[in-house]
Design a protein around this ligand. Structure first.
Ligand code: HXC
Ligand code: NAP
Length: 272
């Protein structure tokens, strides 16, 4: 039988799914028939996303949670499980980023990114596991090239995202026996996103970044979403523990001049 990308009747949960790349992923699953739940810190972003997902024809819901708060996350995910049942797909993508040289990072600044990206990922993994469909669930962590390409002004992000990928690889080992697959997707520079606004804030640097991508363009949230559809579908049924760059080859090019650009920019404006 031909494999389809029909997610009708499937339950997809996207943590940090209310803007940018993660919202694009949520919307793509919605257009492929899934029931979709999203969560993030801000009620208005959750409401706006749920409305948009419903306009795409999905049965959708959302809740407010900060991934740093385990109990709040647990309570919110339980409401999704109560209404939609076992989770077929979980995308964990909440993250924080700002460029700052290590010498300009306070202990709390470093901790804030570790808490959101790394501890937050662990909280999501720990909380969703009992609620996953077993066998069959696909769990996808949204990582970043900083996980394996060192970049100036990104020590906090490099450390956090490297940890995220090791959580992915470890859980692929621990959860494989129950038929749960765990993978990371590594977006390259994705146009129109908060991440790009923070790291490539003007048109000159934006086009410099685009030129440094071997495929010659910035990515779109749908580029990343398509990889998630693949991983979550039968097409990806023997893929687990992988770290999948969706970056037009950018990381093969050491992410161009991003490190030098960020280092110089952060040195000019410490703490900005
Ligand atoms: C130095 C900074 C800083 C900066 C904040 N801090 N911004 N230090 N330079 N630019 C410090 C603060 O002074 C404080 O330390 C500590 O960090 C915590 O700051 P808060 O504002 O209290 O934290 P919080 O409200 O929890 O917000 C977390 C955040 C924020 C990460 C700082 O920016 C956020 O919520 N971001 C979410 C959205 C986001 O970043 N999206 C982009 C993801 S893109 P002190 O010592 O003063 O207490 C991505 C990869 C992109 O992840 C890759 C592109 C190629
Ligand atoms: P974004 O729009 O800022 O998305 C972050 C999402 O996470 C938002 O929905 C945000 O909503 C939520 N969030 C942030 N902190 C949270 C917290 N503590 N608890 C719960 N939710 C939280 O950023 P983006 O640029 O699209 O990035 C999305 C993902 O892709 C991130 O994991 C990022 O590291 C990764 N990535 C991005 C790029 C890029 O080019 N943009 C490149 C590589 C990797 P609230 O504000 O409502 O909480």
């Amino acid at each position: 039988m031909a494999i389809t990308l029909d997610f009708s009747g499937k339950v997809v949960v996207v943590i940090g799914g209310t803007s940018g790349i993660n919202r694009g992923i949520a919307e793509l699953f919605a257009t492929h028939g899934a029931k979709v739940a999203v969560a993030s810190r801000k009620q208005e972003k959750v409401d706006d996303t749920v409305t948009a997902l419903r306009q795409l024809g999905a049965d959708a819901m959302g809740f407010v949670a900060d991934v740093r708060e385990l109990e709040v996350l647990e309570a919110g995910l339980q409401t999704v499980h109560d209404r939609f049942g076992d989770f077929d797909v979980v995308v964990s993508g909440a993250a924080g980023n700002f460029p700052a040289l290590a010498n300009d990072l306070s202990g709390n600044a470093f901790k804030s990114v570790i808490d959101i990206d790394l501890r937050g990922t662990f909280h999501v993994m720990k909380t969703v596991y009992p609620l996953l469909r077993k066998p069959g669930a696909s769990v996808i962590n949204i990582s970043a090239p900083q996980a394996f390409i060192p970049m100036k002004a990104q020590a906090h992000v490099c450390a956090a995202k490297a940890g995220v990928d090791m959580i992915t690889r470890t859980l692929a080992l621990e959860w494989g026996a129950t038929g749960v697959r765990v993978n990371s997707v590594v977006p390259g520079p994705i146009d129109g996103t908060e991440g790009m606004a923070r790291l490539a804030p003007d048109e000159k640097i934006r086009s410099m970044v685009a030129r440094s991508v071997p495929l010659g363009r910035l990515g779109t949230p749908a580029d990343v979403g398509n990889a998630c559809l693949f991983l979550a579908s039968e097409l990806g049924s023997f893929v687990s523990g992988t770290i999948l760059p969706v970056d037009g080859g950018w990381s093969q090019n050491s992410c161009g001049n991003m490190s030098e650009y960020l280092g110089n920019a952060a040195a000019r404006t410490p703490g900005s």
